[in-house]
Design a protein around this ligand. Sequence first.
Ligand SMILES: C[S@@+](CC[C@H](N)C(=O)[O-])C[C@H]1O[C@@H](n2cnc3c(N)ncnc32)[C@H](O)[C@@H]1O
Length: 449
Amino acid sequence: MLKVNDIVTYRAQSYANSETVGTVEDYALFVPQLIVGELARVKITYVKKKVAYGVPEEILERSSARVLPPCAHFGKCGGCTLAHLNYAQQLVFKRNKVENNLRKLGKLCVDVLPCVPSPLQLGYRNKLSLPVRGRRGAVVVGMFERNSHNLVQTKSCALGGEWASALTSTFVRYCNDNGIEPYNERTFGGCVRHLVARYVDGQLLVTVVSNGEFTADLRPFEQELGKHFGRFGLFVNVNTARNNVILGKTTKHVCGLEYIEGEHLGVKFRLRPDSFFQVNDGVKDLIYAKVKELLDLSETDVLVDCFSGVGVLTNVLASDRFDTYAIEIEPSAVKDADDMAKLNNTPRLTNICGDVTEELPKIVAANKGKRFTVVVDPPRKGLNEKICNTLKQAAPSNIVYVSCDSATLARDLSMLSDMYAVTYSEPYDMFPQTDQVETVVRLTRRQLD
Ligand SMILES: C[S@@+](CC[C@H](N)C(=O)[O-])C[C@H]1O[C@@H](n2cnc3c(N)ncnc32)[C@H](O)[C@@H]1O
């Protein structure tokens, strides 16, 4: 019988997300930071019925795909779960993950293309969101350990790159030099909860998330930011909620830029601190170009972009040849989407603020008899039965689904499979070094007999 603290010899046989799985004494043992095929001495950390978890103590047989992770915090911080695997094998892992989920969870046999690599394997993130806590009387920032709220103090993050390191150290110095109190999750006391930032096209927006009114003088921080960043804006967000949600409802502009302005794929955009924007600019552009290529927009009267965010993809796809509807639930994103439509003179576009589950049926009913084209780009929880049924009712000849979770993608494709066949499926490496993968799928309406 396995017990906690036992040391066992373990062969990694397959993957379950980024962890490996193997069998030891009839137990399914899950171990992170290993590569399938490797043999290791593993310390058991948890046992329940016939399932156990462990951590590697020593690798006895190393895979040729093993590399030195580009970060000293690998294994402790919950971020880069695949950084020990070479990049070519990370791409293979992600393609297989999508294919396995479609087969096992969706019961779909789909020809999944190789995973498209990210132009940058490190330093690709345009966004950071770091918890701020206290340690031995000082303010520290970092990342939480996987599935926990233990903070791993990090001076820099390999995924954020130089801008993120410069910002983090500037902020920590400001807090410690000016007696700013960090948030305490146990007592719900203290002041600064999170440091949130976005950096796109040389412009930085920094948001200090405060547990109540932020009364300290921010000018020293502003001055230091000015030494590192030519163009920046500073904001304070107030969040007094006793939960894990990062941003509260109110964000106040303190100084500098109010938004980031840019132009990607010929679309001008403005981003505020809380706007949703894909985290990897290079892969975002590849995905949006692919979505456009996969849709037969010459064959449509009505395009509906569901879960449209601030609307960059909507504007990439919209045209004066057909009506476009974009549905987004966040009022501030819809306001930005309206501004973006004006900025780009996008014709025949209606931005709708609401829930796709409620709004899509209304659009379909109001445009009865017209030919539809639909794009869905939902959050991780994916679609639901009502949305799938409305899609079937609208019966577009093609649907393009952009997914950030291949498990919910598999479930949704299965719900649509009586009427739609998957005719294109390509993973994109939006998040190198992690086990997360974005997938672009085209669904084509089956011919009726
Ligand atoms: C993955 S993002 C996609 C955004 C956009 N397509 C892009 O690439 O920037 C998902 C978006 O769906 C929105 N959202 C989440 N649930 C929604 C719902 N039930 N109805 C409408 N929008 C929703 C979120 O606010 C978020 O902006």
